[in-house]
Write a protein that binds this ligand. Sequence first.
Ligand SMILES: Nc1ncnc2c1ncn2[C@@H]1O[C@H](COP(=O)(O)OP(=O)(O)O)[C@@H](O)[C@H]1O
Ligand SMILES: [Mg+2]
Length: 206
Amino acid sequence: MNIIKKGAEADIYTTKWQNKRAILKIRKTKHYRNQNLDSNLRKLRTIKESQTISEVKSFGIPTPLVYFVNLEKTMIIMQQIPGKPIHDLSNPKIISLSKQMGKLVGLMHKNGIIHGDLTTSNFIYFQKKVYVIDFGLSHKTTKPEDQAVDLRLIKEILNSAHATIMKETWKNFLAGYKSIVGNSKYLQIKNLVSEIEGRGRYATVV
Ligand SMILES: Nc1ncnc2c1ncn2[C@@H]1O[C@H](COP(=O)(O)OP(=O)(O)O)[C@@H](O)[C@H]1O
Ligand SMILES: [Mg+2]
């Protein structure tokens, strides 16, 4: 077993599951949090993640297969997608894949799921397909405000982690999103994103 990421919330290892390349994701205790609350939160996110990863497959979102879940240890063993996070690709590639990211998010929203942690590290590009991972903060909701908050986060990530290509990536992302949810829904959500930005808790992103 090799550690590939020590995160704030979870550690990620590569491992084998029945001879197949697998990822072990284990949510760690946060000692500063009340221990009951911490344990409940880790369990809840482990359940959410394993459920949503499988659920979104049914309407066409590529995700890893879940091989094994241990709730007591708050760990998931899943298929390893041996590609690269979109975050790490070249700028031209990120620009061209943004439309596909937007389509995938549109498809989730259309089916009543918000991802909850839309960053370019949570999309993996492998064999010409974009996979979505990291569903621990996902929710079942069709509330436009929740969908707008989902979009606002990825917009913020594009602006901070991919600043030099923000304009093109956001344009392509929205084009993909619109192609799935339709024009009127798209306009509604886009307006809500502007409204959230206008509230001042967030700075407006160009
Ligand atoms: N199934 C997977 N296949 C390939 N890489 C993965 C997989 N799951 C996680 N990773 C890698 O580990 C990183 C962190 O995993 P993630 O589930 O996003 O946890 P975190 O909550 O720490 O962001 C990802 O950005 C990706 O690089
Ligand atoms: Mg992640």
